[in-house]
Design a binder for this molecule. Structure first.
Ligand code: SF4
Length: 63
């Protein structure tokens, strides 16, 4: 499973960071970084929840 962010859509509100901090991180310039684009199995449920919860629909999953 891979996860991507559309940086033009992301508004850096940190919802995904709060739900899956092992995978998503915001830097000091409010740019979202995906720490583990190839999502480990142990993070799958958290990442799916984060993708569904993104208020901007900026995250995309490829299963
Ligand atoms: S939840 Fe969506 S809008 Fe918010 S930081 Fe994550 S990708 Fe960006």
């Amino acid at each position: 499973m891979r996860v991507r962010v559309d940086p033009l859509v992301c508004e850096a509100n940190a919802v995904c960071v709060g739900l899956a901090p092992e995978v998503f991180d915001l830097d000091d310039d409010d740019e979202l970084h995906i720490l583990q684009p190839d999502v480990p199995a142990a993070e799958g449920d958290r990442v799916r929840h984060a993708v569904r919860s993104c208020p901007k629909a900026a995250l995309t999953l490829e299963e």
